[in-house]
Design a protein around this ligand. Structure first.
Ligand SMILES: O=C[C@H](O)COP(=O)(O)O
Length: 262
């Protein structure tokens, strides 16, 4: 990764932890990270709890002045109105959320979200003052027919259609075949796709914004494999699923510099 970009260690809780469990988790995480502040200097840590936990996480983070960012796992394309079950970027902003995930493969495939929908969600987040964390990634089937970077690059091109130089967003490259699989991509595979994605960002929003945009890797990240990814020049952090639900493991991931010899 480049020194110009602050590493982002993001934990996607998916549909895990109710608000009471969320409070207990964040308290433990805060203690764990506070004890080891020097191990993760200049690293940003963020969690993505279910919507029903966000108010509790906000209260805790603000009351205890925790250096922890948080965000939603999805966002509506609308601002308000008759959209049963949806949550707008405006509501997330009111909870001081920093980020929102859009285009996670579990939404693309299980909820049949199209590239157009994901582009509209990314735009809605940006317009509502929330930084979209745009997920892209190929399935194992895609790999039989295309180069590894082809599908993620197309997905990213589609998502950035309304973006312009200076807009802030984060990209997460998550090969679908590596999610929850216990076997991640290799750092070389992650770097190859991340460098293509940076070029897509450059073509969409220009050199300056591309140089500042963080590209994360996600898919079976753990404390014993993160260092390899963080050594890749175009990988600026990780989006962690399963391992983000274990305080000690997630804290060890955030403190990856302790184990790295650069
Ligand atoms: O959003 C996170 C990803 O889906 C990765 O999940 P995982 O770390 O359990 O493979």
């Amino acid at each position: 990764m480049s020194d110009a970009r602050t590493p982002l260690i993001a934990g996607n809780w998916k549909m895990n932890f109710d608000h009471l469990q969320a409070i207990a988790f964040v308290q433990k995480l805060a203690w764990s990270l506070r004890d080891a502040r020097h191990d993760f200097d200049d690293v940003e840590v963020a969690v993505f709890p279910p919507f029903t936990d966000l108010r509790s996480v906000q209260t805790l983070v603000q009351a205890d002045k925790l250096e922890l960012k948080y965000g939603g796992q999805d966002v509506s394309t609308h601002v308000s109105g008759a959209f049963t079950g949806e949550i707008s970027a405006t509501f997330l902003k009111k909870l001081d959320a920093e980020y929102v995930i859009v285009g996670h493969s579990e939404r693309r495939y299980r909820h049949v979200e199209s590239d157009e929908t994901i582009a509209a969600k990314a735009k809605a987040a940006r317009d509502g003052g929330i930084v979209p964390l745009i997920c892209v990634g190929e399935t194992a089937k895609d790999l039989e027919r295309h180069e590894p970077s082809a599908v993620p690059a197309n997905q990213l091109r589609g998502a950035l259609i309304d973006f312009k130089p200076g807009d802030e967003f984060v990209v997460a490259y998550e090969p679908v075949w590596a999610i929850g699989a216990g076997s991640p991509a290799t750092p070389e595979q992650a770097q190859n796709v991340a460098s293509v994605l940076r070029e897509v960002v450059r073509q969409a929003v220009g050199d300056e914004t591309a140089a500042k945009t963080r590209i994360l890797y996600g898919g079976s990240v753990k404390s014993d494999n993160i260092v390899g990814f963080m050594k890749c020049p175009d990988v600026d952090g990780v989006l962690v699923g399963g391992a983000s639900l274990d305080v000690d493991e997630f804290s060890a991931i955030a403190r990856y510099k302790k184990h790295a010899t650069y």
